[in-house]
Design a protein around this ligand. Structure first.
Ligand code: PGA
Length: 288
């Protein structure tokens, strides 16, 4: 399984010339990369321009609406994204949640994205305050439960759903989550996502899975210094990169830092059976 490195350009850059420059620099810089899959999520308005700059970089969008078409001024349909060549779509980013997006809306968006055969990248994460109060696991579990409600019986290709753990306090702050702490969250999310999504993967006693399981990504102040540790130490299957993806050289370094990725071997640990959930994960910030 190759790690997935997703660039979230957010509301940048301002001109098409900068977009082409950034995209082409990244494209050239990673052309020999074999062990990572790179996705770029530019603002909607640049998607078609980028689609024509052929490369092996995959395209993603930063959001979508939950209806396929109709009188919804200003919205973008998942079907439009699919037809434009997008493979991925970020849903529920904390910057959108801050603007009023609710779990109910996110739930509808995920259903619509999956129906359009897009791979949704669902972002979840606790705020700094919630973390201080020891509510990290509770918040993440609630977000997942609400965002993924009623999906299981409706849609059977749920394996394409990707979950990104993005602690809100780490986004754009330079204050990334320590890999050791992120690993605890990883183990928790692996267990919960397995329960909720009912993935078909099976696990050995070490928690190494065979078969396919949903990818879990880490995001929040990722840079070329810390990128590899989230994959190699914390076991995530990829990264969601914001600020650092706007600097071509830095982003290329991030991708190169995990290529080759020596220990990513379906290492999607499932904290089955409660033992890890109750003892290793329990603690000030991790009780649930
Ligand atoms: P950051 O953003 O890398 O700038 O912290 C990550 C994100 O918001 O997806």
């Amino acid at each position: 399984m190759k790690p997935l490195i997703v660039a979230n350009w957010k509301m940048n850059p301002i001109t098409l010339a900068e977009v082409k420059n950034l995209f082409n620099s990244v494209k050239n810089g990673i052309k020999n990369i074999k062990n990572a899959k790179v996705v770029i999520c530019p603002p909607f308005v640049y998607l078609s321009n980028i689609q024509y700059l052929k490369s092996n970089i995959k395209l993603g969008a930063q959001d979508c609406f939950w209806e396929g078409k109709g009188a919804f001024t200003g919205e973008i349909s998942p079907l439009m994204l699919k037809n434009l060549g997008c493979e991925y779509v970020i849903v529920g980013h904390s910057e959108r949640r801050k603007l009023g997006e609710t779990d109910e809306m996110i739930n509808k968006k995920i259903k619509a994205a999956l129906s359009a055969k897009l791979k949704p990248i669902l972002c979840i994460g606790e705020t700094g305050e919630e973390r201080k109060q020891g509510k990290t696991f509770k918040v993440l579990k609630n977000q997942l439960k609400n965002d993924l409600k009623y999906l299981i019986s409706n849609i059977y290709y749920l394996k394409s759903l990707i979950i990104a753990y993005e602690p809100v306090w780490a986004i754009g702050t330079g204050n990334s989550c320590e890999p050791r702490e992120a690993k605890k969250v990883y183990l928790f999310l692996r267990k919960i996502s397995h329960q909720l999504i009912n993935s078909r993967a099976s696990y050995n006693s070490e928690g190494i899975c065979s078969g396919s399981a949903n990818k879990l990504l880490y995001g929040g102040s990722v840079n070329s210094e810390n990128a590899a540790s989230y994959i190699q130490e914390a076991n995530f299957q990829g990264l969601l990169v914001g600020g650092a993806s706007l600097n071509a050289q830095e982003f290329i370094k991030i991708v190169k830092s995990i290529d080759p990725a020596p220990i990513l071997q379906n290492n999607c640990f499932a904290a089955h059976g409660g033992r890890i959930g109750q003892s290793r994960l329990a603690g000030q910030y991790y009780s649930y």
